[in-house]
Design a protein around this ligand. Sequence first.
Ligand SMILES: Cc1ncc(COP(=O)(O)O)c(C=O)c1O
Length: 385
Amino acid sequence: MQFSKRLDLFGEEIFAALNDRRLELEAQGMKIYNMSVGTPDFHTPDHIKEALIEAAKDDANWRYSLRDLPELLDAVCSYYQKRFQVDITPDMVMSVYGSQEGMGHLGMTLCNEGDVVLLPDPCYPVFAAGSLLGGAEPYYYPLTAEHDFLPYVKDIPSEIAHKAKYMVVSLPSNPVGSIASPGLYEEIVAFAKKYDILIIHDNAYSDIIFDGAYGGSFLSTPGAKEVGVEFFSLSKSFNVTGARISFLVGKSEVIAALRKLRSQIDFGMFLPIQKAAIAALNGPLTSVKEQCRDYEERRNALCDGLRSIGWDLPNGKGTMFVWARLPGGRMDSMNFCMELMEKAGVIVTPGASFGPHGEGYVRFALVLPPEKIREVVDAIRRSGL
Ligand SMILES: Cc1ncc(COP(=O)(O)O)c(C=O)c1O
C-alpha cells in the first residue's frame, strides 16, 4: 500500500530499537537501569487525582466538552499571574493534548510549503516534526558548549532570519539542560521584532531548575506577548504526563489560528481532565518545590558520580535530564548507548537522536532515586567504558 509522503519525513524510532534490545537482555536475566525515557517516577498529587475521580462520577462530564471551560482558562490566567507575574486574558489561552500535540499542529497552522523556521540543534524531536508536517524547511541554530548551550541569535545569518516564520526556543532545555541567562530573552524579543519572527517558547521545565535559579516564563519579558507564544505543560511539574495537559499561551491571533485548525479534528479535552487541571493550577505547589529538590539530589548523584569515574561534564542546570559528553572523546553516541546497555545494563539516549550537534553526547533521564543512580555509576565504572 502507498502511504503519504509525509511518513517519509520521519526515521526509525530510536527508543523502540533500544527497547527491543532491553527486552532481550532482561529475558536473559540482566539487571537493567532505564534512564532513557523522560517519564517521571514521582507521585501525582492527591488533590489532582481526587478532582478527576469526582468529575468522572458525573455522566454530564462524559459528553463532548467542545471547548475549554471558562474556569480552566481563568485558572491558567491566575496561575500565570501567581507563578510568573504575567498578565494574560482568556483569549490568550487554549488547551492542547500535551505540548507534543500542540507543537505538531502549530507547525501545520503556521507554515506553508518551503517556509523557513529556526530550530535548536540538538532539540526535542517534535520541534522538527511539527515544522516538517507544516512543510517548513528547518534552519538549525546550534546549542554548543561555547555559548553555554544557549541560542546565540547573532550567529543566525540575516538572510535566513529575514525568511524565517518562527523560532522555537525552549529553556530549561531538553536535552542539554541549559537555562536562560540574564538578558537572553530580551535579545530574542529584539531579534523577533527586527525580523518579524514569531517566537514559540516551550516551557516544560520551569519547575525543575537547580542551584537556586528562577524558572520563569518567556512571556514575562517586555514585548514578548507581541511576538510570542509559550507552551505551558503540567506534565512534569505535576506528574500527569499520561493525562496530556498543556496550554498554548500568548499572542491571541496565534491562539485563534491553532484553535481553528484543531476544531476541525477535535471535540475538546475530556471534562474530568479539565477539572483535574483546574485543581492542579489552583492548588498548593508544595509538592512541585519538593520534587525540584529531589531532582537536584539526583542531578548531584549522577554528575558527581560520573565525574568521579573520569567523565568530563558540568552540572546540568535544569530539566529532568543530564547531558553528558562521551568519555574518551568518543563521537559515536548510538554505538556507545548499545555498548553501555550490553556491558553495564544502563540505557540512555544517544545525543545524535536530538540532532547533529548532539553527536558525542548522551542524555540521562533522572528517573531513578539517588541510591539507584549511584548503582548506575558503579555499573558504568565496572563496565570499563
Ligand atoms: C522540551 C519538552 N517539551 C515538551 C515535552 C512534552 O510535554 P507534554 O507532555 O506536555 O506533551 C517534553 C517531554 O519530555 C519536553 O521535554
